[in-house]
Structure formats: C-alpha cells, structure tokens
Ligand binder design. Structure first.
Ligand SMILES: NC(=O)C1=CN([C@@H]2O[C@H](COP(=O)(O)OP(=O)(O)OC[C@H]3O[C@@H](n4cnc5c(N)ncnc54)[C@H](OP(=O)(O)O)[C@@H]3O)[C@@H](O)[C@H]2O)C=CC1
Ligand SMILES: O=CCS(=O)(=O)O
Length: 253
C-alpha cells in the first residue's frame, strides 16, 4: 500500500519540489496552500503518478486546519510523513524600522501554523508509529543571526527547539522528528520577503549557485526513506558558496 505525505506550502519552492519527488515514488499526497489555482494545476500535473488530495488551507486558521485534518478521506487519512514547510520571511529591515504586522504574520505562520498542523496530525502519526516522520523546515536563520533577520530568525529558532521537544515527547511512539535547516536557496521566498523586488532576487543569487528546491526535495525524501530505527535530529544544509561572516564590531568614530 502506498504511503501518504502531508505537505504544507506545496504551491511553490521546496513544498512543490517535494510533492514532485514523492509523486515520482508513488506516494499518496495531501498538498496544501492558499493559492487554489496553483493547487489545481499541481493536481493535474501529478495525478498521473499518484493519488493527490489538494486542500486550500491557510495554516494560520486553526479551525480550518483541524476540520480539514479530521475530514481526511481514504486513502489519505493515515499520514506517514508530515512536512511542515509553509512559511515566509517579510522584510530585511533593522528591527527598529520593522512593521509590527509583518512580524505578527511571520510568527502566526512559521510558529502558529506549524504547531497547529502538528497538533492536528499527531494522533494519526502516532497511530502509524514506527517509520512515520515529522520534518520541519527550520533554517540556518534559526542558528545564525544576521542583520535584518530579527523575527524571522526567532521563528526558525522556535522550529528547532519545538522539533527537539517533540522528539522527547514522542520517544517510544516510533515517530521521528527532524529539523531541516537550509541556507541560501533559490525560490519565491525571496520575492515574498522583498515585496516582489526582482532586482533584489537577482542580486541575492547572482554567482552564488544556491540550493535549489530539488536539492531540498531529495534531502526530505532521503530523510523519509531512512530505516525506521534512525532519526536525524538536525540537518543543516548550505550551498558551498555560503559560509559565516566575522563577528560584527561597531566602532565609535
Ligand atoms: N528559500 C530559502 O532560502 C529558505 C526557506 N526556508 C523555509 O522553507 C520553507 C519553504 O520556503 P520556500 O519554498 O523557499 O518559499 P516559497 O515562498 O517558494 O514557498 C512558501 C510556501 O508556503 C506557503 N505559505 C505561506 N504562508 C502560508 C499560509 N499562511 N498558509 C498556508 N501556506 C502558506 C506558500 O503557499 P501559498 O502562498 O499558496 O499559501 C508556499 O507554498 C519556509 O518555511 C521557509 O521559511 C528555510 C531555509 C531557506
Ligand atoms: O531561511 C532562509 C535562509 S536566510 O535567507 O535566512 O539565510
């Protein structure tokens, strides 16, 4: 019987690439996102390879998430892999210049949405037990601060600690939990972050040979396919072009 993956934020970037990767292996897919027309196109694309259920869902809407998960029909009701991928960054300004509503949206989505979806799916994952997985999209931003990262970095640090906390609590259930933390990756993420600034997008990736969504999809698929007795707690992924900066020192004139 085919396994089932539940992927949040499957309308672009990592989530879409993961959907394609799991579809190629014949998994049943539950694909979620807010953009209905994209979900319909993805369903058309992948239906020849596997069974696809699309859910137009905002992960910040806790009631809608619970209702959708409770109503999962066969063969999607028994979830083997939850990929908590939906998320975003808004802005690159210093904290003192940031818009509070953008901070709130990042917290609501990256923290609130992720815990809401996890809470709703924990019973089915625990029922599935050994071999099932929760894979959370953290980020290097949750490990390494950078100017303008402020709240986005904070949300991803939460994702890391929440992943470890889940690992502790799920010990004995067979459910695995991984915090997957990519670095510089080429996707719509940067257009969302910069309010659609194509120049900023081009400049960020220029000459950097960044991670591609397909690289993340291969990694996620590998994680989900590991023998059931193995748990990767934490996996940080960078393009070779990316490394760390020296500590910043502000000097008085
Ligand atoms: N790109 C990068 O450099 C990195 C990204 N990440 C993380 O990886 C994840 C995926 O990012 P990436 O693929 O690059 O970015 P994209 O912008 O390409 O994809 C983000 C996905 O999240 C969905 N999404 C956003 N908000 C919501 C919401 N409220 N409810 C439901 N779905 C939502 C979007 O769908 P829709 O708009 O249709 O709702 C979209 O499918 C994010 O969590 C991001 O923080 C981590 C490290 C590096
Ligand atoms: O999570 C995204 C990577 S970065 O833009 O914060 O470096």
């Amino acid at each position: 019987m085919s396994k089932t993956a539940f992927i949040t934020g499957a309308t672009s970037g990592f989530g879409l690439a993961c959907a394609r990767r799991f579809a190629a292996d014949g998994w049943n897919l539950v694909l979620t996102g807010r953009r209905e027309e994209r979900l319909a196109a993805i369903q058309d694309e992948l239906s020849a390879q596997c069974q696809v259920l699309t859910l137009t869902l905002d992960v910040t809407d806790a009631e809608a998430v619970k209702a959708a998960v409770d109503a999962l029909p066969e063969p999607f009701a028994q979830v083997d892999v939850l990929l908590n991928n939906a998320g975003l960054a808004l802005g690159t300004e210093a904290a003192q210049n940031c818009d509070l509503s953008e901070w709130q949206q990042m917290i609501d989505t990256n923290v609130g949405g992720l815990v809401t979806v996890t809470h709703a799916l924990l019973p089915t994952l625990i029922k599935q037990g050994k071999g099932s997985s929760i894979i959370n999209l953290g980020s290097i931003a949750g490990h390494w601060p950078y100017p303008g990262g402020n709240v986005y970095c904070g949300t991803k640090a939460f994702v890391e600690q929440f992943s470890y906390g889940l690992r502790c609590d799920l010990s004995g259930t067979g459910v695995r939990v991984t915090n997957l933390a990519p670095g510089l990756s080429e996707s719509e993420f940067t257009l969302v972050r910069t309010g659609g600034n194509q120049d900023a997008y081009d400049n960020l990736y220029k000459g950097a040979d960044p991670i591609q969504p397909e690289d993340v999809a291969d990694t996620v698929f590998w994680l989900a396919s590991l023998p059931p007795h193995l748990n990767v707690n934490q996996l940080e992924l960078m393009p070779v072009s990316q490394a760390w900066s020296p500590f910043s020192i502000h000097r008085e004139a």
